[in-house]
Design a protein around this ligand. Structure first.
Ligand SMILES: C[S@@+](CC[C@H](N)C(=O)[O-])C[C@H]1O[C@@H](n2cnc3c(N)ncnc32)[C@H](O)[C@@H]1O
Length: 269
């Protein structure tokens, strides 16, 4: 791992470790309904992958595993990875409680090829994952490394244009082209509970769409589908309004702005 990233990652890992307990108890993650059988997947990714039964699926940055285990409930053979020890421990416990057979591994995305072997039918990553990664060239190498020829990579993420805004004061505060420079902010609370006692310095990177797509294309992945949406399936930013059930919009600009995008790609055979 690049030396200059170590401090960023250590501080980010601490915050993600601290978030797990709060998230587990939050209305946002609604863990009681999840345990009772409700899928945590949103309509976007749930409809995108089709029948996953019997397919091997690698979930990058799986947090405490709700989405990974939602795929496992549909018969996918899931491996979830995350660099937060607390998230992975919790995911393992939930997997055992539910009697599922997902595998969870504590690893940084960039170091994964050193600790995990095998190739997968699907590599999957969604919502709030890539902003924690400084270098998408290396990330795309990892994605490609773990895909079987003909395998599918699926990404759904917040749109880099959406991330330009300060969600509290509605001003454009962040760059679209950031040349790998992080934004470092002292945070308090978390998107699932703004008043939670989670505090510390976190570091994140906004990535332009070309920064996301170019290294994947260079790795021999072909675009099957690319979409942009004018809503978020999550109410996880300040000042959002539920336009329709499960579709949240931010701001009141009188024009439609991109909130999220999805990308489905296939590795050449
Ligand atoms: C917003 S959460 C992803 C949520 C995800 N959509 C889900 O399934 O719940 C971001 C996750 O990325 C993880 N993460 C951040 N940086 C990472 C890194 N360098 N390597 C691996 N995991 C990382 C965090 O620990 C956190 O669990």
């Amino acid at each position: 791992m690049e030396n200059q990233w170590q401090t960023y990652f250590e501080q980010n890992r601490k915050i993600w470790n601290d978030r797990v307990e709060t998230h587990l108890k939050s209305d946002f993650y609604d863990h009681t309904s999840f345990m009772a059988g409700k899928s945590s997947l949103t309509e976007i990714e749930a409809n995108a992958l089709g029948d996953v039964n019997g397919k091997t699926l690698l979930h990058l940055q799986c947090h405490f595993g709700q989405d990974s285990l939602s795929w496992a409930r549909q018969g996918a053979l899931v491996t979830g990875i995350d660099f937060s020890e607390n998230a992975i421990e919790t995911a393992k416990q939930i997997n055992d409680e539910l009697g599922l057979n997902a595998r969870f591994l504590n690893s940084d995305v960039y170091q994964l090829p050193e600790v995990l072997s095998g190739k997968f039918d699907i590599v999957f990553s969604t919502f709030g994952a890539i902003p924690w990664l400084p270098d998408l060239e290396k990330w795309a190498d990892v994605v490609s490394h773990f895909l079987k020829p003909g395998g599918i990579f699926y990404l759904a993420e917040f749109h880099p244009t959406f991330y330009l805004f300060n969600f509290e004061n509605h001003k454009v505060e962040y760059g679209y082209f950031t040349e790998g420079k992080p934004y470092s902010e002292e945070i308090s609370g978390t998107y699932a509970d703004r008043y939670a006692g989670v505090q510390g310095l976190e570091h994140f990177w906004n990535h332009s769409l070309s920064e996301v797509m170019s290294p994947l294309l260079k790795n021999g992945l072909q675009v099957l589908d690319f979409q942009e949406f004018d809503f978020s399936p999550y109410n996880c930013f300040p000042n959002m309004v539920e336009r329709e059930p499960g579709r949240f919009c931010w701001g009141n600009f009188g024009v439609r702005i991109p909130h999220i995008f999805s990308l489905k790609m296939q590795k050449r055979t």
